[in-house]
Design a protein around this ligand. Sequence first.
Ligand SMILES: Nc1nc2c(ncn2[C@@H]2O[C@H](COP(=O)(O)OP(=O)(O)OP(=O)(O)O)[C@@H](O)[C@H]2O)c(=O)[nH]1
Length: 370
Amino acid sequence: MSSYGAESDHPHGSYSVVESFPDAYDYGPGEEEGALGSIGSESKPRIVLMGLRRSGKSSISKVVFHKLSPNETLFLESTSKVVKDDISNSSFVQFQIWDFPGQIDFFDPAFDSDHIFGGCGALIFVIDAQDDYRDALVRLHQTVTRAYQVNQSIKFEVFIHKVDGLTDDRKIEAQRDIHQHATEDLSDAGLEGIHLSFYLTSIYDHSIFEAFSRVVQKLIPQLPTLENLLNILISNSGIEKAFLFDVVSKIYIATDSSPVDMQSYELCCDMIDVVIDVSCIYGLRDDVDGTAYDQHSLSIIRLNNGTILYLREVNRFLALVCLLREDVFERQGLIEYNFHCFREAIQEVFDIRRKAMMATPSSASARDSP
Ligand SMILES: Nc1nc2c(ncn2[C@@H]2O[C@H](COP(=O)(O)OP(=O)(O)OP(=O)(O)O)[C@@H](O)[C@H]2O)c(=O)[nH]1
């Protein structure tokens, strides 16, 4: 079973807001229908992808948000224009990704850094770890200093990318080296206050989804509330680990506060694929319009090591996926009860946000726009 659909099959994502550089910088507020009503494109948090040519920026965006198979990225053409991509997968994960061409010139007068960095929530800088990365470090420094001058609240995220080609030792060495040089360059420039986060990523495994999850989480104001709710759920139900997933992108928007290990995350991602694939094949009725994921979506998978994977629909975008021991699952009734309380609490978080958005003039004007 494949988890990848053709780009046009993507159920929620909208793509291809391609505008030519430099005209790309002026565009009016668009409208996007999300779970919370219409949200103007400009009011969505923006994630900017930058890095040298061929570092893998477009591949990351396509694999994570458009279900492109990693092998198909081999045929991607170099980006010559800024590609603005509205991500509206879930009511929580609503943002824009701007994919910049590698050859972008900050000193070009057409490069309007106030506009680009002003509304930017996170800047992801992609470094090809399989290549000589000295030039990339210079560009990283230029990018970060320029962006910081405009907007001091940007989260700077460095993806040390294409690590599938490296041994474990070389991965650690590359991370240490890049971390050291990047932070030294900043402190030499008197910018110790800038915090960079580093991630080892590859489109050929789950690391890119995990890294993107952590970037997106930083842009979700409700994160502490969600984490708290998950902590309460797991401690009262004997669950070992719980993730709140955006089903379409497989980004986890929150997890409990115990550390995340990649194996658990991969298992949960695979479970979502299995549930969606099986539902697509056996769960859809010919006579009724339906989706593979709905309020009836529920799955329990027993592994041969005494672990249970448990998936429940939370709302039409989000799923709770948990790992727990088989003996704990004997108290399934308790888990079900706690889950219902959890789902209601999540609904309340949504309601508060919806009311807050209705009350703010900017969202009201976005809703009123034609
Ligand atoms: N091995 C490996 N190759 C990757 C990975 N990600 C991307 N690539 C390859 O890197 C090449 C360049 O990828 P692109 O996504 O086009 O790079 P880009 O940064 O958008 O390039 P420009 O548009 O020129 O700025 C493609 O052949 C991808 O298949 C990865 O994680 N591992």
